[in-house]
Design a protein around this ligand. Structure first.
Ligand code: CDP
Length: 207
């Protein structure tokens, strides 16, 4: 059983996907962290994330221990991630790992942008989590503040909009709901509401 959770930046995909994995006792993969690891590795080596050869080298030499890098969740790395993620070769380099992970028994929940469309088009349950840019910026702003990153709200909102634009308009694996995805609009929902709705949907798919 594969549960694909996709959606734009700071929509609450990670929180929801993790909670679903816990609920069903499935494996969980935050695929955004793979792109963040590539973005981080490129920046650390002093390269520009737009440098396609440098990004591909970083994707091919990805070290799992980068997963625990405290800076991975910073906005700077998020931006670099979304730039390297537009590179088809980088995406292809990360595909095999994601598909292998998805096939783990008894099931897996993957969250990202293209899980239901490209990585696992045959996933049994696809959820597209979204919320208005303002609500997402508020959530990200609070998340950053918790980590001690003080950024004006307007800056966070502008970055979220820029990242949405880049993710939605890129040529390869753009951010769009899969045709058979359940669209979960969480602007007016608590985390618990969103989890309840998602479980109802997955159970209805015959989990
Ligand atoms: O947490 P947040 O939603 O801000 O971002 P993320 O899920 O950590 O992903 C960071 C960036 O990686 C995104 O802006 C996407 O450009 C890219 N990404 C992707 O292209 N495909 C995925 N399956 C996951 C992330």
């Amino acid at each position: 059983m594969i549960i694909a959770v996709d959606g734009p930046a700071a929509a609450g995909k990670g929180t929801l996907a993790r909670a679903l994995a816990r609920h069903y006792n499935y494996h969980f993969l935050d695929t955004g962290s793979l792109y963040r690891m590539v973005g981080f590795a490129v920046l650390v080596r002093g390269h520009d994330p737009r440098d396609e050869a440098a990004a591909l080298r970083a994707a091919q030499a990805l070290k799992p221990d980068l997963m625990h890098e405290p800076d991975l969740r910073s906005e700077k790395v998020g931006e670099a991630a979304s730039i390297v993620a537009a590179n088809l070769k980088v995406r292809e380099a990360l595909l095999g790992f994601q598909r292998d992970f998805a096939s783990r028994a008894p099931g897996a929940v993957l969250d990202g942008r293209d899980i239901g469309t490209v990585v696992c088009p045959d996933a049994e349950a696809k959820i597209f989590v979204t919320a208005s840019p303002e609500v997402r910026a508020r959530r990200r702003h609070a998340e950053l503040a918790e980590r001690g990153e003080v950024v004006p709200f307007e800056t966070v909102l502008a970055e979220i909009k820029a990242r949405d634009e880049r993710d939605r308009t890129r040529a390869h694996a753009p951010l769009v709901p899969a045709k058979d995805a359940y669209v979960l609009e969480t602007s007016a929902m608590t985390r618990e509401d969103a989890l309840r709705a998602a479980i109802e949907f997955v159970d209805g798919r015959g989990k």
